[in-house]
Design a protein around this ligand. Structure first.
Ligand code: NAD
Ligand code: MG
Length: 384
């Protein structure tokens, strides 16, 4: 029996990995919607290859180019923020939410409203919306499967167990490419150095987040919403080899961990096949060639991001959405050469200090907080 699938953010790194898996089982899948921001040529090529029903660019200015590339294919083309949501709302057995940033929130919510299965890579959407998203998932009886490797690992380690028996959930962090740099060295880091991740090949934004440790900060908040064991039961440990993707310790002293290669096809495959398993072409884990696994406590002096995220989620209200929005603005400014690496966390901290909105109660509330926090962070760039 074929299954239908939509892929939001089809042209990115998670999009590539997901489509590689679908390509390996062509008879099993029927592609409904593929979306991108503006990579019209690549999007059209993928839509043709996979026989998608519709291809959508978020940036309406790229729609003409998309139409040209799809001419004669019979595939529908659309553009703009509303078209993204409309495509995400089309019936599909599974939707992979892999847009980067809060830009993916509204389409992800539209997919959740269908009440089928959403495989979530877009962590910024869950961090910003928090309970607004988890309440929507509950209200529509949607199955939310985590794609993020750590959360996918935790999800697997929790199967057959009771959340009430969890003593600790430990998120592992590679520490990123700058793990051993001094503060003075961090100040001089270039965008090229920050995106050169030792273990994972990812989009630019998450690569910078990995270098600042904001990725782990966002993941801490993501874990809090996906696995509500209480904030005092969540912790982070630095594990540079990225072999253990996360672990769960139970009250009897047993710790379950999920291990695997640093290849996003593994967690994505587990969501596509869930609750069954599927083959992947990933290189098997070779523990003897890895030799040793090491673990360190995070250094929040050099990398304040995990502390800022913990404080934001403890503060509650709209603070996580503010943290996420400020980080998105600061990362874009860093990638554009406007600010130094260490100014990213400073801008996030200042934005959090200057704006403490109440808890959002709807998607519109979240988007309003996101927009205001972006404006504040952008104003701070002027003085940075
Ligand atoms: P990417 O930059 O490679 O791809 C992002 C995708 O989103 C592209 O298809 C792009 O066209 C689309 N997009 C970007 N801005 C958009 C906008 N404003 N409107 C509509 N579409 C837009 O990013 P990625 O590395 O694939 O990451 C995607 C998400 O998955 C992020 O939230 C990231 O944190 C998460 N994630 C990624 C990895 C990884 O290994 N890459 C691992 C875990 C989680
Ligand atoms: Mg991750």
């Amino acid at each position: 029996m074929t299954r239908s699938i939509s892929l939001l953010g089809a042209t990115g790194s998670i999009g590539d990995s997901t489509l590689a898996l679908i390509r390996s089982q062509p008879d099993l899948w029927r592609v409904v919607a593929l979306t991108a921001n503006c990579s019209a040529e690549k999007l059209a090529r993928l839509a043709r290859e996979f026989g998608a029903e519709i291809a959508v660019v978020g940036d309406e200015g790229c729609l003409d180019e998309l139409r040209e590339h799809l001419a004669g294919s019979g595939i529908e083309a659309a553009g703009g923020a509303e078209a993204l949501c409309a495509a995400a709302a089309r019936p599909a057995d599974i939707t992979v939410a892999a847009i980067v940033g809060c830009a993916g929130l509204a389409p992800t919510m539209a997919a959740i409203e269908q009440g089928k299965t959403v495989a979530l890579a877009n962590k910024e959407a869950l961090v910003s919306a928090g309970e607004v998203m988890t309440a929507k998932v509950a209200a529509h009886g949607t199955t939310l499967l985590p794609v993020d490797s750590e959360h996918n690992a935790i999800f697997q380690c929790l199967q057959g167990n009771d959340l009430a028996d969890v003593r600790w959930i430990t998120l592992t962090a590679s520490g990123g490419p700058l793990r051993t740099r001094t503060l003075a060295e961090l100040d001089a880091v270039t965008p090229a150095q920050a995106v050169a991740h030792p273990n994972w090949d990812m989009g630019a934004k998450i690569s910078v987040d990995s270098a600042t440790m904001f990725n782990k900060g966002l993941e801490f908040i993501e874990a809090h919403h996906l696995f509500p064991v209480g904030l005092d039961r969540l912790r982070i440990v630095v594990h540079p080899q990225s072999v253990i993707h996360s672990m769960v310790e139970y009250r009897d002293g047993s710790t379950l961990a999920q291990l695997g290669p640093s290849d996003m096809r593994v967690p994505i495959a587990s969501t596509l096949a869930w609750p069954a398993r599927m083959d992947t072409a990933c290189k098997p884990l070779d523990l003897t060639s890895i030799g040793e696994l090491s673990f360190f406590a995070p250094d929040e002096e050099r990398f304040p991001a995990t502390r800022l995220a913990r404080e934001a989620v403890h503060a509650g209200g709209g603070a996580p959405a503010v943290l996420n929005a400020a980080n998105e603005v600061a990362v874009a400014a860093f990638l554009a050469g406007q600010i130094r690496f260490t100014q990213i966390s400073a801008i996030v901290a200042h934005t959090l200090d200057s704006y403490t909105p109440p808890a959002p109660r709807s998607l519109d509330d979240v988007l309003a907080i996101d927009a205001r926090a972006r404006a504040r962070a952008a104003a701070m760039l002027e003085h940075a």
